[in-house]
Design a binder for this molecule. Structure first.
Ligand code: HXC
Ligand code: NAP
Length: 293
């Protein structure tokens, strides 16, 4: 029996933690926030749309019995990020974790993009993650907090690059470099910095912008994955909960890929041999061995 879509921790493993999740009102941010709340954490969910956040926070509180604070914050503006930090401290007295999850993206040939369109994605993803990391990091260092955790949500094309999502790939690669750099620089302050690189996890925000209209049917994305399925939100939430918890206390500067093997499928030189039917291998082996003589 498969367990990947079940909650991994069974008890209140994040009790008394305070965790801020940017973009926590939808998609993967919501899945992580909800699970943190189920595990006893006090959660701050933030994004640009406060009406949406208020509804989500109230639903989450009913479902998990936890405390969830919705905060309006456009991560592109440092002042708003600073205000989100102050709201968190005013309400909960401290903060233990930051998940840089907010993102913007759409597909486009790069030469069709205006300079402003390119900037918009860089500003949300790279500048937004930088703003939050800098504000929260300064706070933790100044107050000499014993330990804290930053978790950055990147993508597998942060390593490989990807055509048609160039601003996003550029920005996510920057976030990955920031992850690895600060893991070393801020470890002395008790701050761990890690990243998750998800493969395809269907969400409305991503799918409507990356596979609009009938592209969804045209490109069955699960076929690109060696495990032949897309990700389940709970399995990503499980990984995030582990990385935010003390069980991962020695994991620092790591980027954990959760993609069913998708990006490696596109990379291995001979991966195309997957298409060869089993019955052909006897003949191919004979042909190859004949070359040994
Ligand atoms: C070309 C576009 C465009 C498009 C917007 N623009 N959409 N250009 N093609 N499809 C241009 C606009 O014309 C404008 O430039 C500039 O981008 C800013 O657009 P606004 O609409 O004013 O920006 P804003 O309201 O800030 O909205 C940001 C957004 C939007 C990124 C454009 O899509 C958004 O709010 N996204 C948030 C959620 C999201 O994207 N989720 C997906 C994450 S998936 P000009 O020059 O005209 O002013 C992900 C990885 C998935 O990150 C990996 C899957 C495997
Ligand atoms: P999503 O639901 O669209 O999430 C993006 C979130 O970011 C939204 O809640 C949005 O809320 C928020 N946001 C956007 N711009 C913002 C801004 N300027 N300031 C603050 N918040 C902002 O998409 P998702 O699929 O869950 O993506 C979540 C994360 O996973 C992203 O980092 C994405 O790159 C990553 N990822 C997703 C996949 C996937 O397959 N889904 C794969 C790889 C990586 P508002 O609109 O209310 O502001």
């Amino acid at each position: 029996m498969s367990k990947f879509n079940e909650p991994m921790f069974k008890s209140q493993e994040l009790k008394d933690y305070v965790i801020v999740v940017t973009g926590g009102g939808s998609g993967l941010g919501l899945a992580m926030s909800k699970y943190f709340s189920q595990l006893g954490a006090k959660v701050v969910i933030s994004s640009r749309n406060i009406d949406k956040l208020k509804i989500v926070a109230s639903e989450m509180e009913t479902e998990t019995g936890g405390t969830v604070l919705p905060v309006k914050c456009d991560v592109r503006n440092y002042d708003e990020v600073e205000a989100m930090l102050q709201d968190t401290l005013k309400t909960f007295g401290k903060v233990d974790g930051l998940v840089n999850n907010a993102a913007g993206n759409f597909i486009s040939p790069t030469e069709r993009l205006s300079a402003h369109a390119f900037d918009t994605i860089i500003d949300i993803v790279l500048k937004g993650s930088k703003n939050c990391t800098l504000a929260f990091g300064k706070h933790w260092i100044q107050t000499k907090q014993e330990k804290a955790t930053i978790l950055n949500i990147v993508t597998t094309y942060a390593f490989t690059g990807s055509a048609y999502v160039v601003p996003s790939a550029t920005a996510k690669a920057g976030v990955l470099a920031m992850t690895r750099s600060l893991a070393v620089e801020w470890a002395k302050y008790g701050i761990r910095t890690n990243a998750i690189a998800p493969g395809p996890f269907p969400t409305k925000g991503a799918w409507d912008r990356l596979l609009p209209g009938d592209l969804k049917d045209k490109f069955d994305i699960s076929k690109k994955v060696p495990l032949k399925r897309v990700g389940d939100h709970q399995e990503l939430a499980n990984l995030a909960a582990y990385l935010m918890s003390d069980y991962s206390a020695y994991v620092n500067g790591e980027v954990i890929t959760i993609d069913g093997g998708e990006w490696l499928q596109g990379a291995g030189e001979f991966n195309m041999l997957e298409a060869i039917p089993k019955e052909l291998w006897d003949m191919l082996e004979t042909m190859i061995r004949s070359k040994n003589k």
